[in-house]
Design a protein around this ligand. Structure first.
Ligand SMILES: Cc1ncc(COP(=O)(O)O)c(C=O)c1O
Length: 364
């Protein structure tokens, strides 16, 4: 990906805005952070937003605000960035991994429901690669079992489910604004969207050492504040994100038109959802050969989540083994991310498709 190209034109303005922050002398949790929280909640169309230092903290503080801790179980996916499972484990809770749905590659609601025990306190689907999980099914499941729904929406700002934007179904939803995300900061930044002001207030307390005023400490929290420079940059980018997402979607449509699907399986979009292609991940059983050939042809590619979390050494004691989650394991074996960013042009995509075609014919 070319992360700078999408905002190249905005850089003079960004430098001015950052300069204004420097001149103001207000660096942490100031007016830009407060305005960003209001603007992001308005953009999601739901909830109360609390800015934090990164997406991992948003997950962990969200879990803590919902009262999840030692002895509790949280059902989630093993096909995601490590932070999802790590946040659960850092709370002292146990991640319980259930399999994914083969179309969206997000946590499968039926598999998640089958994994619920009397210790389950929450279900945490991840909107992987930019497509939401089946949010209606997860909301109903959470309500039926009296557990919380946490959306890890780190990769899906602006993606929709039945017209509602990612983040509008969870008791808590979280975003990451890591610089390679589809809504990027220029450093670490994250956000929790809480369904109630009560939950939002808890996250607000926790991000600032469990204190409202630096004098009285009500809880053990952390230091997870967002700074004004990231906030002012994010505020400037927010009105651009939908346009960037549309360009990603157009690039995905072009890959299809150029015949990429003749050589590898293309990402699928489940009915009623939009996919904003934070990552464009194709599938092939001959992934290693394809990646090698692409490298020779000068085309970048990357494996995302080649070793799912249920098979990671750190979770060995949970007792999963190879074959425990077959759909997850197949996606981990076969997925390969190809170039995707808003300024990707047809000529570059032709090169990618030609390189994939060359690799396929060499293998035949
Ligand atoms: C699915 C998912 N969850 C959580 C995170 C954590 O976000 P951050 O890197 O901002 O801590 C990321 C990204 O890094 C992610 O992709």
């Amino acid at each position: 990906m070319d992360i700078k190209a999408q905002y190249e034109d905005l850089l003079p303005e960004i430098k001015q805005l950052v300069g204004d922050v420097i001149d103001s002398g207000r660096f942490i949790l100031g007016p830009n952070v407060r305005a960003l929280e209001v603007e992001v909640a308005a953009s999601v169309g739901y909830g109360h937003a609390v800015a934090v230092a990164n997406g991992t903290d948003a997950l962990e503080l969200g879990l803590q605000a919902l009262g999840i801790g030692p002895g509790d179980e949280v059902v989630t996916t093993a096909y995601t960035f490590f932070a999802t499972a790590e946040a659960i484990a850092r709370r002292g809770a146990t991640p319980v991994f259930a399999d994914i749905d083969p179309v969206s590659l997000c946590l499968d609601p039926d598999a998640a429901e089958a994994a619920i025990t009397e210790r389950t306190r929450a279900v945490m689907p991840v909107h992987i690669f930019g497509q939401t999980a089946d949010l209606r099914a997860f909301r109903e499941l959470a309500d039926r079992h009296g557990i919380a729904l946490i959306e890890d929406a780190a990769q899906a700002f602006g993606a929709t489910f039945e017209g509602y934007r990612a983040g509008s179904y969870g008791d808590v939803a979280t975003f990451s604004f890591f610089p390679t995300k589809n809504f990027p900061a220029m450093g670490d930044a994250g956000m929790a969207i809480a369904s109630s002001e009560e939950i939002a207030e808890k996250v607000r307390l926790l991000r600032f050492h469990g204190s409202r005023d630096k004098r009285v400490f009500e809880q053990i929290g952390v230091n997870s504040r967002l700074d004004e420079m990231q906030a002012v940059i994010l505020r400037r980018f927010l009105p651009e994100v939908d346009g960037w997402n549309e360009r990603r979607m157009a690039a995905a449509a072009r890959y299809r038109e150029l015949g990429l699907g003749e050589h590898v399986s293309l990402p699928e979009v489940a009915p009623g959802r939009s996919h904003i292609y934070h990552l464009y991940v194709v599938r092939t059983p001959a992934r290693e050969q394809l990646q090698r050939r692409l490298k020779e042809a000068g085309v970048a590619s990357a494996v995302y989540y080649g070793q799912p979390h249920h098979l990671q050494p750190v979770f060995r004691q949970l007792g999963y083994r190879e074959g425990s989650l077959p759909v997850t394991e197949a996606a981990s074996r076969e997925g390969l991310a190809l170039p995707m960013f808003p300024t990707l042009v047809e000529e570059q995509q032709r090169e990618v498709v030609n390189a994939v075609r060359g690799a396929a014919s060499a293998a035949a």
